[in-house]
Design a binder for this molecule. Sequence first.
Ligand SMILES: [Zn+2]
Length: 312
Amino acid sequence: MDNWKYQGPIFDAHTHIEELKNIDRMVRIEDQYGIAGQIGIVHSKDGFEYAKQRYSHRFIFAKYLSLNDIAHFNVDLVIDDINRTKDEGYSLTKTWFGPRWRDYIEDVPRDFRIDDSRLDPVFQALEDNKLPLLIHVADPDTYFRLHYKDASKYGTKEENLIQLENVLERHPKVKFQIPHFGAQPEIHRLSNLSRWLDCFPNVVIDTASSRWICRELSKDVIVARKFLLKYSRRILFGTDLSSNRDGLDYYDGRYRAQRVLWETEERDVPLPFEDDDTKDSGGTFINGLDLPSSVLDRIYWKNAMDLYGSLE
Ligand SMILES: [Zn+2]
């Protein structure tokens, strides 16, 4: 490992577990970067069974709830699934409402909303089972500009966020991990994210997507740093790395990008891999926030232990 400011163990609160054959490779590379624990969002049954028996102390598993059933309000099926989740060896649940989910699931009702009251029993079941939910809503501002121009289909980013806010408000006893800095790492959105964290003590956010987070927080290091200091107990390090992606470079780039961001005071460091969203408009550069060691301890390790340590 390079000579980083932080030398302790790292918990990666956002990784994806795919087929069995790639799990060992993932763990081997992660070990080189100090990853000592992680949330694995499961995409493959074989991968899950293997990781569960081979690395039982390393992973905390998150189960994907059926988007298809949620989209069509098959609430009883979703609740049955939630009731089985812990017995199957998972400790968390996950849902993904990146706006393009509407392209992947057939016949999503045009007026579908995650705050539809018909879904309240689903959140109640999570509460009853004491199952935290990783809930991805919205996407980067850049995606709304580049890919989601059809607001009648995808909604505006604000419309997506407000639906999640209504859910948070209605379910104060469910623990929510909102990935990607609550989908609001853009500097102009941090004040709304602060308001959420102030209003909803049941919410934590993760730093997954090294690209998105580095790109946006680097745009105003003073504002970003202040935010990190203030909410240091509510932020979990995460990468969004997937076990199926190949090679050391892929992992190395994502870890290095975030470590430069959190730990250094370097300026204008090119993101170590390509950012599709900015490659035609000048690229993405990292400006380090030089966080104090006490804050690094929190976001890399302690917060995850406080929240999920008992689930292992
Ligand atoms: Zn992810």
